[in-house]
Design a protein around this ligand. Sequence first.
Ligand SMILES: [Zn+2]
Length: 139
Amino acid sequence: MCQGLLKYYDRRKRKALNGRGEQEVYSLRRLRCCSCKRLHLELPWFLIPYKRYRLEVIEEVIAGRAEQAPVEERTRQKIKAWYRQIKTHFLGVWRFCITHGFASPKLSPILTTYVRATVNSGFWPTHPLGRHIWKKNPL
Ligand SMILES: [Zn+2]
């Protein structure tokens, strides 16, 4: 992250499924960094990069409380497996943020805190071919 000033660039549509399994469409702002010219998608708190379901739904699935969507057990298992894998990465990013004074050690992070911290610090694992790169580059 280069800490450059971000300016409005355009809007992009992003879809996600809610707890009833309905598709919602959002219009998200894309911001452009004035120094490195990279584009950043402004993610609202309820979205997780690359995830088809809203954050609250993912939280419910992880906690084993999801009442409606996702109905398929396979999807629920996949979400749980994703969380088991990424949790270590989240904790690493969180420790990094505390060490560098970006986060308070007094805070008890919840899923949205981890997602924000990881996206904002530029440590979100990108997996263009479905690979989990964070396993190869542990913090
Ligand atoms: Zn930049």
